[in-house]
Design a protein around this ligand. Structure first.
Ligand SMILES: Cc1cc2nc3c(=O)[nH]c(=O)nc-3n(C[C@H](O)[C@H](O)[C@H](O)COP(=O)(O)OP(=O)(O)OC[C@H]3O[C@@H](n4cnc5c(N)ncnc54)[C@H](O)[C@@H]3O)c2cc1C
Length: 521
């Protein structure tokens, strides 16, 4: 058995592997020649106080123990295997397809958007020409909403084995092994497309299929079970099992299910603004004045505050990041954030969002699945109008927002389509205003310097999670009313990020396998 040792080093010592090994061996009173191998197993930064330290968990293998290598991903040739449909090639859909190929099912993936390379042109059109393609944008296309994201891979999921498997597959397809070690692993937008392409190639090389520009537009049931799906309003395909992994922005899927009398429900979600500070300021605050230490990564933050019974919290904080235009329709604006692997942009952005339950919302009616979605749409549309009906977003300096003053000028923004000065007090719903204002002031007390007029609010941050859930049986993972339909990932309400969506994709395929083995098919 290996031995785990906990040590702490200073940031400038973390590259000195000889020193690290020496410390770990001394801790265990072992000599160098008594071990066959070693590795850093976990790494986290402790910046709560000075001196800032790097906590390391070291794994030592005393002789004659041997280190096990990462379990390989072993695909099967599934060209003649039982077919399953996977709708959506986001993390949930891609991991479902990979699991199918590993376990001996033939995945047929239908993705409404384009492949990662083609998708880039549509992202450029949003940023430069203010044109949103409703099927190819920051949310839709190969890799899903995760492709041009920050690629932060941490999750609140407690099932360590599942998380590790999802991370190991990322490494198998090209991510750096560091993601297996870091407490807050991160890949970066520049590296994700290559990894996603490698995943797709493995699916196809082993007999699976991936179809782009292929939107599911209808479905048919037979005796409360899935019968067939329609693609692009044209062709129908029969399937016994359909994994529906269409993400939080596929509103047409929610409308379709509702029209077909397939149960969907309103669920809590969060909505607010995206805030941008200078990264140097965040480094200064978080690193107790050590803003220029070259051995420290660009600092992040996580903030939460209860205000008048509502939780206000930071969401998807991107150190060294860029604010992205994430609308999926021309007549709305939506922000989110991404960052490259080096996180070397001068800005720090984060969603600051208010968690709202359906019953908190105006127009709440018991049993109305669309109360949250309508609220979300209304906010996005009002911001679009205030931004001048382009992809520019309304913006306001932080203290100006709290004091109700229009901002007369702005520091440079990372949001490429541009910003328009507006009083967000007149645009955002009243429900969000006091919670956001009180939270900003409170955050300024927790992080001295955070509450500043140098920070700019970009509105809205509205796609943090799905405002609708598609209920499923907790055991079989099938829709509560439709056999063979597997609501999956973030859009269905079963994931909140890349890794949890990926794990949910694996789980849905495992549920199909279990059903198939019980039937003896
Ligand atoms: C800019 C940005 C940054 C983010 N940063 C992070 C981060 O750093 N870390 C993190 O964990 N999460 C991040 N997220 C969230 C993360 O991307 C999502 O949680 C995750 O992608 C959800 O996975 P999913 O597979 O469930 O859905 P999605 O990724 O949304 O994928 C759904 C897919 O289904 C397709 N689709 C939709 N409708 C249809 C249809 N009718 N027919 C066929 N295909 C359809 C879509 O085109 C899409 O490709 C970010 C999101 C954005 C937008």
């Amino acid at each position: 058995m290996s031995i785990l040792v906990h040590i702490a080093v200073l940031p400038h010592q973390q590259q000195d592997l000889d020193y690290i090994l020496e410390l770990a061996l001394a801790e265990e009173k072992l000599r160098r020649d008594a071990i066959s191998d070693w590795r850093i197993r976990k790494r986290s930064l402790d910046a709560r106080r000075k001196p800032i330290k790097v906590n390391l968990q070291i794994e030592l293998w005393p002789k004659p123990e041997k280190r096990e290598s990462i379990p390989p991903f072993v695909p099967q040739n599934v060209s003649k295997a039982k077919r399953i449909a996977i709708i959506g090639a986001g993390p949930a859909g891609l991991y479902a397809a990979l699991r199918a190929v590993e376990a001996g099912l033939k995945p047929i993936v239908f993705e409404r958007g384009k492949d990662v390379r083609e998708r880039r042109r549509d992202l450029a059109a949003i940023n430069k020409d203010q044109i949103v393609n409703p099927d190819s944008n920051y949310c839709f296309g190969e890799g899903g909403a995760g492709t041009y994201s920050d690629g932060k891979l941490y999750t609140r999921s407690k099932k360590r084995g599942n998380v590790l498997k999802a991370l190991e597959w990322f490494v198998h397809f090209g991510a750096e092994e560091n993601i297996l070690i870091d407490a807050h692993p991160h890949i970066g937008t520049n590296k994700l497309p290559k990894i996603i392409t490698a995943m797709r190639q493995t699916i196809i090389d082993n007999g699976g299929e991936v179809h782009f520009n292929s939107k599911m537009t209808d479905l048919r049931l037979k005796e409360s079970a899935i019968d067939s799906i329609q693609i692009n309003h044209e062709e129908w395909f029969a399937f016994d099992d359909v994994i529906l992994a269409t993400g939080h922005s596929a509103r047409d899927i929610f409308y379709l299910l509702h029209k077909k009398n397939i149960r969907i429900e309103a669920k809590p979600f969060a909505i607010g603004v995206r805030v941008e500070h200078q990264q140097q300021l965040i480094d200064y605050i978080q690193y107790h004045g050590e803003a220029d230490n070259p051995y420290l990564p660009p600092a992040s933050y996580a903030l939460v505050e209860q205000v008048d019974g509502l939780a206000v919290y930071s969401f998807c904080m991107c150190p060294g990041g860029i604010i992205a235009p994430c609308a999926t329709e021309q007549t709305e604006v939506v922000t989110n954030g991404w960052s490259p692997s080096k996180r070397n942009n001068p800005y720090a952005n984060s969603g600051i969002v208010v968690s709202v339950a359906p019953k908190d919302l105006p127009n709440f009616k018991e049993g109305d699945p669309f109360v949250g979605l309508n609220f979300q749409k209304e906010v996005e549309k009002r911001c679009w109008e205030a931004g001048g009906k382009t992809q520019k977003v309304p913006a306001q300096r932080m203290i100006d927002f709290v004091e109700g003053k229009l901002s007369v000028d702005f520091p440079k923004t990372s949001y490429q389509p541009g910003i328009v000065s507006a009083d967000l007090n007149e645009i955002l719903p009243a429900l969000l205003l006091q919670p956001l204002k009180k939270a900003f002031v409170a955050f300024g007390k927790k992080m001295k310097g955070y509450y500043t007029n140098e920070a700019v609010l970009h509105a809205p941050e509205s796609r943090t999670s799905s405002p609708v859930s598609i209920p499923r049986d907790p055991q079989t993972l099938e829709h509560v009313e439709v056999k063979g339909l597997y609501p999956c990932g973030e859009g269905a309400g079963y994931a909140g990020g890349i890794i949890s969506a990926a794990i949910d994709g694996i789980n849905c395929v495992d549920a199909i396998l279990e059903k198939t083995s019980k039937k003896g098919v």
